[in-house]
Design a binder for this molecule. Structure first.
Ligand code: GLU
Length: 508
């Protein structure tokens, strides 16, 4: 087994969005490499030219960057063992196949697809698993050359060595052994000279000097074949770690049926990257010490593949939401504004990126970030700043209930009268003083005072503390249009409109 500094690779196939299960594979590779001063290689497995797209590759790279999983070598970063896209390495696969052919470790196979198909069907009908019977093993190099020159199509097959078992070390599962006899000689190059998947992986791992292969357990059945190929190249067989798949709540592999599955969807819904990686790190592994909320570098310091469990991790949206709330609460407000801007824009609350408007939203974050699960929900929590419609508020049952309380209507009209003669309530003290004067005018106190004030000024029966919400409304009302926000109606105008609408409304 390889000694010295570790080199791992994350090898996505660019055929769609980055799935959270694959993101966890990338993360475990990253944690393992970073925790041990190793090297993290990103390799794009795009041999399937029909399903691979440049757009998918770009989006996977972007998602990895967004998660904070930086790589040392890769298609964009370059490095000493490139190129890092399989589609750019076809000449190397041909050259390596030629080397195995020359050494007698591989041979040309002329069996037609029809013939193989018939054999396969026969085996299935007899209830036997199919395995290539080695028909062309005995065809010598001269005969093979002659037939190929005559234009007969041929694939290159690996000659599986004659020995009983293939063994390898899996850091998650312990030592594993497979019987060699079930492995039919695998195809290395197809008749059009393109590499078979297992061959490309091994050629790449060898030439990229990979020491540890950390990947999903769906690849475990490929491993015995790959181990034989590493050995054929005389390369120290890497250590493996096959990670259990990520499951949905019903214990089937996490898929669209369960809701969001791609990193991009979680990002679009307003999860912070540090929350998502922290959550993914806990799927099948625990940092210990009873601690769960830890930054990436600390997770890397504590990470070990041996401590990863073999049973599958069940994706728990509640726990992810809890972790996201934690990181939203502790995030810098200006960063939250930057990350939430798209949602404010979509609601029409943010119209242009002006420092004054963004600073205003940053101040408003304290009213929202601690009480929602996701960034996407923040504009709704702050909707009251931008929208005040007395008539629709009065149609809400919870608002009507507040107004049905004793003295509530008096509080509303006293508030309107009071604010008509008061400057904007720019801070908590100004608000408290105004509320005290309403109390003096009406005798209402406590909930009987503050609930009607809340519904009149915000149009809602619940929401952030009035000490914060009221000054935020009146500071917003002073912003010029150049601040780039939707107009914010002030408390004076709100109270007047609400009081008028209430007088016009049929008493409840
Ligand atoms: N390209 C494979 C995948 O996306 C990874 C293969 C490997 O890690 O060996 O599942």
């Amino acid at each position: 087994m390889a000694e010295g500094p570790i080199r791992v690779r994350f090898a996505p196939s660019p055929t769609g969005q980055l799935h959270v299960g694959n993101a966890r594979t990338a993360l475990f590779n990253w944690l393992y490499a970073r925790g041990r001063g190793g090297t993290f290689v990103l390799r794009i497995e795009d041999t399937d030219r029909e399903r691979s797209t440049a757009a998918s590759e770009a989006s996977i790279l972007e998602d990895l960057r967004w998660l904070g999983l930086s790589w040392d070598e890769g298609p964009d970063a370059g490095g000493p063992h490139g190129p890092y896209r399989q589609s750019e390495r076809f000449a190397l696969y041909r050259q390596q196949a030629a080397q195995l052919l020359a050494a007698g470790q591989a041979y040309y196979c002329f069996c037609s697809p029809e013939r193989l198909d018939t054999e396969r069907k026969k085996a299935l009908a007899a209830g036997r698993p199919y395995r290539y019977p080695g028909t062309c093993r005995r065809i010598g190099p001269e005969e093979a050359a002659r037939r190929r020159e005559a234009g007969e199509p041929a694939v290159v097959r690996f000659r599986v060595p004659n020995r009983p078992m293939v063994r390898f070390v899996d850091l998650v599962r312990g030592e594993l052994a497979f019987a060699t006899e079930v492995i039919g000689d695998p195809v290395l190059l197809r008749s059009d000279d393109t590499p078979a998947y297992n061959f490309a992986v091994v050629v790449d791992d060898v030439s990229m000097r990979i020491t540890d292969v950390v990947r999903g357990e769906d690849h475990i059945s490929n491993t015995p074949r790959q181990v034989l190929l590493y050995e054929a190249f005389g390369y120290p067989v890497p250590r493996f770690a096959h990670l259990a798949l990520v499951l949905g709540p019903d214990h089937t592999p996490l898929s669209k049926r369960h809701g969001a599955t791609s990193v991009r969807e979680f990002r679009d819904r307003g999860y912070l990257p540090e929350a998502l990686v922290n959550y993914l790190a806990l799927l099948g592994w625990s940092p210990g010490g009873g601690e769960e909320l830890l930054p990436l570098d600390e997770l890397a310091r504590r990470f070990s593949l041996e401590a990863v469990g073999h049973s599958a991790g069940v994706f728990d949206p509640e726990k992810l939401a809890w972790i996201n709330r934690h990181y939203m609460k502790t995030a810098d407000p200006s960063r939250l504004v930057r990350d939430t801007a798209r949602y404010f824009r979509a609601r029409g609350f943010l119209r242009a990126a002006d420092p004054a408007g963004l600073a205003y939203l940053g101040d408003a974050m304290t009213m929202a970030a601690g009480s929602v699960d996701r960034l996407e929900e923040i504009p709704d929590r702050l909707r009251f700043l931008f929208e005040h419609d007395a008539a629709s508020a009065l149609a809400r049952p919870d608002v009507r209930e507040v107004l049905g309380g004793p003295g509530a209507r008096d509080v509303v009209s006293a508030l309107a009268a009071e604010l008509a003669e008061t400057p904007r309530l720019a801070d908590r003290e100004a608000f408290r003083a105004a509320a005290a004067r309403v109390r003096a005018r009406t005798g209402a106190r406590g909930r009987a005072l503050f609930h009607p004030i809340r519904v009149a000024l915000t149009g809602e029966a619940g929401g952030p503390e009035l000490d914060l919400a009221v000054p935020a409304i009146d500071r917003g009302a002073e912003l010029p249009p150049s601040a780039g926000l939707a107009p914010i109606p002030g408390c004076r105008e709100r109270a007047a409109a609400f009081s008028r609408a209430l007088q016009d409304a049929v008493p409840s």
